[in-house]
Design a protein around this ligand. Structure first.
Ligand SMILES: Nc1ncnc2c1ncn2[C@@H]1O[C@H](COP(=O)(O)OP(=O)(O)OP(=O)(O)O)[C@@H](O)[C@H]1O
Length: 238
């Protein structure tokens, strides 16, 4: 059954300080697309924005609403804990636990807190995702015994196993070499269509925007603007 489109409404402000430097995130957008790409140069504020949606960064002000549910509302004193936001997060470097094998890394996505990673394992879900991503043969291996593509699949499985309402992807292909990048783009594209899971991807790569950007936004120095014509991004960047 097709899931309804994700409705995200975000309007946040955050000042980040390091030494004498200040960075002002002042981002506002709304979208009902299943495939949102936020595109911008390194340092534009993309990761901070995605972390705010996931609950890993607390804005100074504003509101974030996902699928009709308020995740953060500064004036109402609401700040839902990350594990209650029902979003899957794929970190840029995948952030797999080096001392846990593939099976344990994926199972980690099921538990609610950050303690006792092996409690409450849903064996059926685990079997499903190991099979879906062709990871059965490497289920007992540690992350450093995997290929780049396998590592990405483990991280995706960990993000998806708890059936999140949305998938947040931080530069999902940056850690891959060009040939693998093209293949994994195809895999993620097919997966997103099959699961009909809404996703928000942040990237600096115009090819990602072309491949996934149903609704493309551009982030520049902490601010967001709509992009009407994705093809122009590629031309501009070329
Ligand atoms: N903890 C922090 N303290 C102070 N400044 C920070 C902190 N984290 C990030 N920044 C600053 O905020 C800005 C935005 O960082 P962010 O990581 O969101 O950028 P980005 O667009 O995701 O870039 P990249 O693609 O390189 O990760 C940068 O200028 C960075 O220096």
């Amino acid at each position: 059954m097709a899931k309804p489109d994700l409705q995200i409404k975000l309007d946040i402000r955050k000042t980040l300080r390091s030494g004498q430097r200040e960075f002002h995130l002042q981002a506002s957008f709304a979208s009902a697309s299943q495939r949102i790409v936020i595109y911008g140069a390194s340092g534009a504020g993309k990761s901070q924005l995605l972390k705010a949606v996931a609950g890993l960064m607390t804005p100074d002000a504003g509101r974030i609403e996902l699928g009709g549910v308020a995740l953060f509302d500064h004036s109402a004193g609401l700040d839902l804990a990350p594990q209650r936001r029902q979003v899957g997060y794929l970190f840029q470097d995948y952030a797999l636990f080096p001392h846990l094998n593939v099976r344990q890394n994926i199972a980690f996505g099921l538990q609610r807190g950050w303690f006792n990673p092996l409690s409450r394992v849903d064996h059926e879900a685990l079997r499903y995702w190991l099979a879906a991503f062709e990871l059965d043969a490497v289920a007992q291996q540690l992350p450093d015994q995997l290929s780049g593509g396998q590592r990405q699949r483990v991280a995706l499985a960990r993000a998806l196993i708890a059936s999140p309402r949305a998938l947040l992807l931080d530069e999902p292909f940056a850690a891959l070499d060009p040939a693998l990048r093209a293949r994994m783009r195809g895999e993620l594209d097919a997966l997103q269509r099959r699961l009909a899971i809404p996703m928000i991807m942040i990237t600096h790569d115009p090819d990602d925007a072309l491949a996934f950007g149903e609704h493309v936004l551009r982030m520049d120095d902490g601010r967001i603007t709509d992009v009407d014509d994705v093809e122009r991004i590629a031309q501009y960047e070329a």
